[in-house]
Design a protein. Structure first.
Length: 201
């Protein structure tokens, strides 16, 4: 596993670097689209929980109305969330809002594949609600993963099940499979359906 983690980190750096270079024109297009829609900030920053509970700050293209977290009693999104903008809905369906996360991968806060890094409040809430939920923090969080691909409703119990399964079965070939499936979801607008995801209050 030590060799795997070394190779995984080198692969992350290589893929993130290539991704940043190739996606630069998209950054400009997305930035213009966000600005034209409501004139608000282009980026959104939030603290997330990483490996072993380490807190890090993630940067994303803003997909919700400005000050969205003040407009609802929960910080995380749910099915038919009215705070999501028109541009934001497209960004979420294609996962293009996650492009700035490539910077977090280069820094080492994230990997391409792993459990999703949750907002601090959501992670704490689910740890209280679901026994053993903190076990998913044993590895570096990922841009994609088993739960992200196979749990479109973002059910927290299934999230834990898939994340623990990934931690148990981690391999280079599994990572490649999940990355390819993620590209497929991006090109077919299959991301972020939030089917049935409730507020969890």
């Amino acid at each position: 596993m030590k060799r795997y983690f070394i190779f995984k980190r080198l692969f992350d750096i290589f893929l993130a670097s290539i991704g940043l270079i190739l996606s630069l024109p998209l950054w400009l297009i997305i930035a213009i689209a966000i600005k034209l829609e409501d004139g608000g900030p282009i980026f959104y920053s939030q603290e997330r929980v990483g490996k072993d509970g380490k807190i890090f700050r993630i940067l994303k293209f803003r997909s919700m109305i400005p000050d969205a977290e003040k407009q609802a009693s929960v910080a995380w999104t749910f099915e038919n969330d009215p705070r999501i903008t028109k541009v934001g809905r497209f960004l979420r369906r294609t996962a293009l809002d996650e492009l700035p996360s490539l910077l977090s991968i280069l820094k080492g806060d994230m990997s391409f594949v792993g459990p999703r890094a949750l907002a601090v409040e959501e992670q704490k809430f689910l740890e209280k609600k679901i026994p053993g939920f903190e076990k998913r923090l044993a590895v570096c969080p990922g841009l994609t993963g088993l739960s992200q691909v196979y749990n479109p409703e973002d059910d927290p119990y299934k999230k834990l099940k898939y994340d623990l399964e990934y931690i148990e079965k981690m391999s280079f070939w599994l990572d490649i499979k999940l990355i390819l499936l993620s590209f497929y979801n991006t090109f077919t607008l299959r991301w972020d359906k939030r089917i049935g995801k409730k507020r969890q209050e």
